[in-house]
Design a protein around this ligand. Structure first.
Ligand code: CA
Length: 227
C-alpha cells in the first residue's frame, strides 16, 4: 500500500484525486496549504507528494525546498502555470515531475506510478526530518526537541510557532502569518501573543535569550529562523 500526500487548495480537485487514488489502493492524506503539507509530510512519511504550486500561504516551490531539506520523497507538481520556465523552476527546486492542469487522471496516475518506482530505495536515502543547529535539534517527525542532549518540552503553541519558522529557514515570516496560522483570524492583530511565546521559545532554545542567535525578531515585521 502506498501513501500519497495531496497538497491542493481546490476542494473539488482534492476530492477527485482522493476518490481516484483510493480506488487504486492508495492511502491519501490531504493538506490545503504549505505549512500543513510540511507538517503532514514529516508526520506521515508519504511515498509520494502531489503538489499544487499556488497555495494560500506559500509558493509550492517553498514546499519543495522544505521537503528537500530532509527527504528524497517523489514530488509531482500539479500546476496551471505552463510556461517552460515555471516547469524548469519546479524541477530545479527538486520536483520529480510536472503535470499541467487540467490533466487526465490516467496520465497523472501513470506518472505517479513511475515516480514511486524510480524512488531510490526509500528509507536509507531519506534523512530523518531533523533540523540541527549548534544549540538545539528538532525532530519534526517525532515532534521532539533536544538541547545539550536533553529533551526540551514545548507547549503545542510553542511547537506550532517553531515549526512554521523552521519551514522557512533564513526567511522572514510575518507577524500576521504567524498569528493567523497559530491562533486564527480573530487574533491577527495580537502581536503581543507572539512576543510572549517567542520569548518562551528563546528561553528554552537559545543560549542567550536576550541576544538570540536563531530566533530573530525583525522589528515591526515578523520573525526569522536563522539556521
Ligand atoms: Ca491552488
Amino acid at each position: 500500500m502506498s501513501r500519497v500526500l495531496v497538497v491542493e487548495d481546490d476542494p473539488q480537485l482534492v476530492r477527485a484525486l482522493r476518490i481516484n487514488l483510493q480506488a487504486r489502493g492508495f492511502e491519501v492524506d490531504e493538506a490545503r496549504d504549505g505549512a500543513s503539507a510540511l507538517r503532514l509530510a514529516a508526520a506521515r512519511r508519504p511515498d509520494a507528494v502531489l503538489l499544487d504550486l499556488g497555495l494560500p500561504d506559500m509558493d509550492g516551490l517553498d514546499v519543495i525546498a522544505g521537503l528537500r531539506g530532509w527527504s528524497r520523497i517523489p514530488v509531482l507538481v500539479l500546476s496551471a502555470r505552463h510556461t517552460s520556465e515555471e516547469k524548469v523552476r519546479a524541477l530545479d527546486a527538486g520536483a520529480d515531475d510536472y503535470v499541467t492542469k487540467p490533466f487526465s487522471m490516467n496520465e497523472l496516475l501513470a506518472r505517479l506510478r513511475a515516480a514511486t518506482r524510480r524512488r531510490p530505495d526509500a528509507a536509507p536515502a531519506d534523512r530523518s526530518p531533523l533540523v540541527a543547529t549548534e544549540e538545539f535539534t528538532v525532530d519534526l517527525a517525532a515532534k521532539k526537541v533536544t538541547r545539550g542532549g536533553r529533551a526540551v518540552r514545548l507547549t503545542p503553541t510553542e511547537w506550532h510557532l517553531l515549526e512554521i519558522l523552521l519551514a522557512h529557514p533564513g526567511h522572514l515570516v510575518s507577524q500576521r502569518k504567524l498569528l493567523l496560522e497559530v491562533w486564527g483570524p480573530t487574533y491577527a492583530d495580537n502581536a503581543n501573543y507572539l512576543r510572549v511565546y517567542m520569548a518562551q521559545l528563546r528561553r528554552k532554545l537559545e543560549a542567550d535569550p536576550s541576544h538570540p542567535r536563531y530566533l530573530i525578531t525583525e522589528p515591526g515585521m515578523g520573525y526569522r529562523f536563522e539556521p
